[in-house]
Ligand binder design. Sequence first.
Ligand SMILES: [Zn+2]
Ligand SMILES: [Zn+2]
Length: 246
Amino acid sequence: MSRHSSSSAPKGGATRGSLAERVEEHRPTHTVEDYLMTMHVMERDYGEIVAARLAEMMGVAPATVAMTLKRMERDNWITGTGRKAVHLTETGRQAAHSVTRRHMLTEWLLLRILKVPLPQIHDEAHGIEHAISPSLEERMRAILGDPQVCPHGNPLPGYEHVVSAWVPLTEFSPNERAIIRRIHEFAEENPDLLNFLIENKLLPGVEVRILDILPFNQTVTVQVDNIPVTLGFAAARYIFAERRAP
Ligand SMILES: [Zn+2]
Ligand SMILES: [Zn+2]
């Protein structure tokens, strides 16, 4: 599963100039890397990359997105510009996986080694992730114990199966018990929401009981340490939990 040819692998032949290696040698700009990471998350979790949603996710004007997408298509990271959904090319997907891994390892580095508080690690990681070389990435991975998910519980590329049994809080029933495992990337981008979750202890590893789910009200209420906390569906669908036996 290692993406680099190991040092003992024969040089030349199929191992030299693999797509992953070529992508590392010609990395896209920081902006394009950030687009690629968001596209990877959309493709992974929603099955398609809807261009209109990118403006909202990236926090820029639709016209800016349209221009960046054109450049990305010209440079062979994506196809389908101008249509409703764009697609990653194989090169684009490799580059997206690379920056996503670097982002997630950087989040761990910031949290564990540099003791940066959880609500800040996602933003801080963006300042560092683009400068990390493949050899530095390998060192980080080793020192951090080869994590399969980021500190928010989102999977490193290739480890999607690790999170597949965790479901959004909106899909539970009253009285079920659950352990929170994952706060989706699209919630990581929202510091207010993250601070709310931290204040109310709704974080990976915490056990909750579902008190009620009210579709007419679009709310989920869970009990954490005997205290009820109510979330709207908009937030609750970004919080994934593991079912516990009753
Ligand atoms: Zn970034
Ligand atoms: Zn994260």
